[in-house]
Write a protein of this length. Structure first.
Length: 342
C-alpha cells in the first residue's frame, strides 16, 4: 500500500440516473471522470423511472469503470482503494454500484470505502479549490436534498437546516412539468427564466417556525400550480418565462437568505454550494453578490461537478480512506442514509 501522501482512488457512483466512474489522486486531482447519463431516456417519462434506471446502470457500470481507468492511464494495479456511493438514493441504482465495487475490492484485495452521496457533493468543492479546507458552511441543493451544513472537518458535519418537504430540485422539476417544459426541470427553468420578469408574480417564501435555517418548497410549488390552474379556469393566458422567473426568484431568495443568516450568526467566513441546483445561474449570481457584500469567500464547483459524478465520490473517499475508514464486503445500499451516519 502506498503512503497517504499519494493515494489513487477508483470511485463509482450510481445513485440515480447517471452511471459514473472516476480516478482521483489525493482527493484533489481528477485523472478521469466518466459519466453515462440517462436523462434522454427518462425524459420520455417526465422523470426518473427506478426500474429502468437500475437496468441501465447494469448495462453501463463495467463500461464506465474501464473507460475511467483507460482515460487515467491506470490499471487496477495502480489503485489504492475503491470508493463507492452506498446511500442515499434509489436502492436498485445503489446496489449496482456497490456490487461492482465489492467485486473489484474482493478480486484485487483492494480496500473498500463507502461514501455518502451528499458528502460527495460537498467534496466536489475540494477538487477545484485547493485552498478550501474546513471549517466552512455549505448549501447542498439537488433533486432529492436541500441541506445547510456546517463542515466542521473532513468527514465531520453538522446539519443546520434541511427541507421539511420538497427539495429545491424536486420543486423545479414539478413546476417545470406544470409549465410544460418537461424533464429535467432545473436547467429548463433556469434558461427560460432569463427571458422573463422575476417580479411578474409574487410567490410566497416559507419560513419554518422554530427552525430558522430549515427550508420548505411545497407551498411555493402549490402556489405556482394554483396560479396556473386559476389562469386556466378564467380562460387567461400566462407567460411561462415570467412564471419561471418569478418561481426561481422565490427559491433563490430563500436559499440565499437562510444561508447568509446562518453564516452571519455563526461567524463563518467561507461558504460553498453543491448539488445539481448549485449549477443554477441565478443562484450562483445571487450567492456571489451576497458573499461579496459580507466579505465572505465563496466556493462553487463547475457545473459538471454539481450534477452526479464519480470524481466527487473519489474526493470524499480519499478523506475517508486516510482517516482509516474501511467498509467490509457486507457493505449494502442504504437508500435513506442520513448525513453523518456510518
Amino acid at each position: 500500500m502506498k503512503e497517504n501522501k499519494d493515494v489513487t482512488i477508483l470511485a463509482i457512483e450510481s445513485s440515480c440516473d447517471e452511471t459514473a466512474a472516476a480516478v482521483v489522486r489525493n482527493g484533489r486531482e481528477v485523472l478521469s471522470n466518466v459519466i453515462s447519463s440517462q436523462i434522454d431516456l427518462h425524459k420520455l417519462y417526465g422523470g426518473v423511472v427506478p426500474e429502468i434506471a437500475s437496468r441501465k446502470h447494469i448495462e453501463k457500470i463495467n463500461q464506465v469503470i474501464e473507460e475511467a481507468l483507460k482515460e487515467a492511464g491506470k490499471t487496477l494495479d495502480d489503485i489504492d482503494a475503491i470508493g463507492v456511493t452506498y446511500g442515499p438514493g434509489l436502492v436498485g441504482a445503489l446496489l449496482v454500484g456497490v456490487a461492482a465495487a465489492k467485486a473489484i475490492a474482493w478480486a484485487r484485495k483492494i480496500p473498500l470505502v463507502g461514501v455518502h452521496h451528499i458528502e460527495g457533493h460537498i467534496s466536489a468543492n475540494y477538487i477545484e479549490h485547493l485552498d478550501l479546507e474546513p471549517p466552512f458552511l455549505c448549501l447542498v441543493a439537488s433533486g432529492g436534498h436541500t441541506h445547510l451544513v456546517k463542515v466542521e472537518d473532513y468527514g465531520k458535519y453538522e446539519i443546520l437546516g434541511r427541507t421539511r418537504d420538497d427539495a429545491a430540485g424536486e420543486a423545479y422539476d414539478k413546476v417545470a412539468r406544470a409549465i410544460g417544459l418537461g424533464y429535467p426541470g432545473g436547467p429548463k427553468i433556469d434558461r427560460i427564466a432569463k427571458e422573463g420578469n422575476p417580479d411578474a408574480v409574487k410567490f410566497p417564501k416559507a419560513k419554518v417556525d422554530g427552525a430558522e435555517y430549515d427550508f420548505s418548497f411545497s407551498g411555493l410549488k402549490s402556489a405556482v400550480l394554483n396560479y396556473i390552474n386559476g389562469c386556466k379556469m378564467k380562460g387567461e393566458s400566462f407567460d411561462p418565462a415570467d412564471l419561471a422567473a418569478s418561481f426561481q426568484k422565490a427559491v433563490v431568495e430563500v436559499l440565499v437568505g437562510n444561508s447568509m443568516k446562518a453564516a452571519e450568526e455563526l461567524g463563518i467566513s467561507k461558504f460553498a454550494i453543491a448539488g445539481g441546483v448549485a449549477s443554477n445561474s441565478a443562484l450562483r449570481a445571487a450567492m456571489i453578490e451576497a458573499c461579496e457584500k459580507r466579505k465572505m469567500k465563496f466556493y462553487r464547483p463547475s457545473p459538471i461537478l454539481c450534477t452526479d459524478n464519480a470524481a466527487m465520490i473519489g474526493a470524499a473517499a480519499y478523506y475517508e480512506y486516510i482517516s482509516g475508514a474501511r467498509a467490509g464486503l457486507d457493505l449494502n445500499a442504504v437508500p435513506n442514509l442520513k448525513l453523518g451516519e456510518r
